[in-house]
Design a protein around this ligand. Structure first.
Ligand SMILES: [Zn+2]
Ligand SMILES: [Zn+2]
Length: 132
């Protein structure tokens, strides 16, 4: 179990309850939510939460590389807890985004054919196993 308070402290972010909850949500729900989805999921539990707080928190967490900001298939920005490089697969029917764990050795090496990799965005689109 990750101590999110410590994670935030280590990165120089004051560990407010709202920030901890947002981080916890991203760690537990690997659904690549939008800021709006995060807000809607947490506002019942934290009535004082505002959309601005969610946006600002996501921005701060992204800057510290604790989470990743993903521009997947639409213009919509989604977020996920930072993990090792992986492929995203989006189902055109149910709109779910799956993490594909097939690893790419070249991404782990952070280098491909002499080029240095800073970011990775490998996005596949199709019909998921549930919808087939
Ligand atoms: Zn599907
Ligand atoms: Zn992912």
């Amino acid at each position: 179990m990750i101590d999110f308070k410590e994670v935030l402290n280590e990165h120089g972010i004051a560990p407010s309850l709202q920030r901890i909850k947002i981080l916890e949500f991203l760690k537990k729900n690997r659904i690549h939510p939008t800021a709006d989805m995060i807000y809607r999921a947490l506002v019942d539990e934290i009535p004082t939460l505002s959309k601005t707080t969610v946006y600002n928190t996501l921005k701060a967490l992204t800057e510290k590389s604790i989470i990743m900001e993903l521009s997947l298939f639409e213009n919509e920005v989604r977020y996920e807890y930072n993990t090792t490089p992986h492929i995203h697969f989006k189902c055109v029917k149910c709109k779910r985004i799956y993490d594909i764990s097939k690893s790419f050795e070249c991404l782990k090496n952070k280098e491909i054919e002499g080029h240095k990799i800073l970011e990775h965005h490998i996005n596949l689109k199709g019909i998921c196993k549930e919808c087939r």
